[in-house]
Design a protein around this ligand. Sequence first.
Ligand SMILES: Cc1ncc(COP(=O)(O)O)c(C=O)c1O
Length: 392
Amino acid sequence: MLCDLHPVIYLNHAASAWPKAPGVVETVRASLDSPPFHPGRSIGHGSDVAQRCRTLLASTLRVADPARIALLPSATIALNVAILGVGLGRGSRVVTTVTEHNSVLRPLRHLKERSSVEVAFVGLDDEGLIDLRAFDHELALGADLVVVNHVSNVTGRPNYPAILFRRAKRAGAVTLLDASQSIGHIDVYPEDMDADLVAFATHKGLRGPEGIAGLYVSPRMELDQIIVGGTGVRSDLEFHPADMPSRLEVGTPNVPATAGLVAALEWREEHGPEFAENAARLAEALHRELSAIPGLRIFADEAGPNGVISILIDGWDVEEAGFVLAESFGIVCRTGLHCAPLIHRALGTAPRGTIRLSVSGSNTRDEIVATAQAVRSLADCVSPTSEQLKIA
Ligand SMILES: Cc1ncc(COP(=O)(O)O)c(C=O)c1O
């Protein structure tokens, strides 16, 4: 529920960017308004929007062959396709971190239950970074797959995949990066960081529509197919086509979302750096203003590259604080565990989680000031009881 008296201040960009990049809405609408030409499936060409999308993504990732990028409906599905497609079974071992999202934790849990795959979690060191000694120790015990989240969706802190993956490759593991919170914000160059696989959302930092995401698979490897079916090409084959990207793409493609993502990527080619600079300036400004408020705990020394700042306000339950921020100030943020339960155990914020504010270049300086004032006014008073909230 949002306050009618205040305009919305949207600070939930780490969940999904809003507004979308200029041109996205119009392009999605134009696509839906046109006869649905599905590449490879319809008579007519539909200008193969998927190919254009893969080409732009290949340039974003600085990889040579766009065909190595599969377009999938979400980062969650991309991570499942990657994790379940590596071919792990009894006796296999996965090394991952406590910073992972449930879209990594749950497929790993699934593999553990169904296939007795061993899964080791590396924790944080005193500085809140992945504990390198513990990581090396786990690698020494054996690793077939190493999965690392590039930037935490809870604290905004980056991990250092180039360092972790170099060690993982030496140990003979396949490396998978979850770039859902980093792409569009910082460089994600698989070849420079020894990443065999990179799964990424495109509706957050890239500001595209929901309903599409990507999975990059290095030419050094092929994934087993875990979902098979219609592809619109080679319908004569009994088996699903083996070539990328058809190998991993099934079903009617989401052409409107693909077209919308193309619009977002084209806009970013021209305006990306300026937008990112503004985002960093605003996120730092909010971090600075929040740091000056007594009674606030902030979970990183600076705002994350994804604009994330997680806080706790003394005397306030996170859900109640989120409710009051929305109801009384029009601020849309996110409260709770943010689908990443293990990092909260490491931070001591389980089971209630944190209040997550996530800033973007589409926010304004006035919104940042208003948000800091709203948080200060909560910190200055004591949380109302649940009964009072219900009456309000
Ligand atoms: C780190 C991380 N990984 C994966 C995902 C899953 O993305 P989606 O919900 O778009 O599938 C998210 C989304 O919040 C995320 O933050």
